[in-house]
Design a protein around this ligand. Sequence first.
Ligand code: 5GP
Length: 288
Amino acid sequence: MPVPPSLTPEQRAQALIKAANSRRARAEIKAKVKTGQMGISDVLILAKTDDPIAKMRVSELLESLPGVGKIRAAAIMERLAISSPRRIQGLGIHQRAELISEFKPINHRGRLLVLSGPGGVGKSTVASRLRAASDNFWVSVSATTRRPRNNEKDGEDYFFLTEEEFENRISKDDFLEWAQFAGARYGTPREGVEKALSEGKNVLLEIDIEGARQVRTHSKEAILVFLEPPSWEDLVSRLEGRGSDTPERRAHRLELAADELAAAKEFDVILVNDRVEKVVKALVSLAT
Ligand code: 5GP
């Protein structure tokens, strides 16, 4: 462990005053950022000549931006490979540029959030709760070749297509992504997503992991969220409680789920589905 330098009482007093001044300078700048008087690029420029600002943590700066809470700040930093203790002075050229473009108003385009995770974890419950809770979210309705379950309605829960219809849509490049899951095909119709984003609405896709990977390769703007069960036992009991699946399909889903859980590390944010309201709130805050 490093030994702290032994300071005279006078030096210690001066160091304390210097630290208090630095804190005050940082608080002033953060207050200006919070009220919109200063943008992220203004702070990055100031940090080149102002030592206390250069030493501000990047997380502190991001969290003081309007509408950016701890979760979104951490997600952005992880996506841009900025370690959590990093200070402004330690940012590389590309990281600075990426941070500036992250917060540039892009024609008020909405944000694209992808909610993924193992089958049975409760993504569709979260998606429908979000649809009801937020006017500013458009939840995409996917197309699928699987049969409707009990109360599912065509056009509301899914667009239920035949294999031929699905194939036809693929050939017309109608899907933003599509994947095979447990013997059926699922795809996100591209048009609705593009329209909603261009109208400034935030969009949620509730899709499997393979689909999320495809979105990542095509879209830099997407925020990938992984929904995790509170425990493996919880996931097993959810899948086993699903009376609408055949025993073979349920066994297949459990096998898949074990692999799917390992994919969490590829995502920008991991949310544990212990309370649906908590997850919905976190999604809303990621999009603001
Ligand atoms: P379920 O049959 O239980 O409704 O859905 C099975 C899996 O397909 C779930 O993991 C669900 O998230 C995923 N899924 C639903 N819609 C889409 C989609 O449009 N694309 C992809 N790739 N997966 C989807």
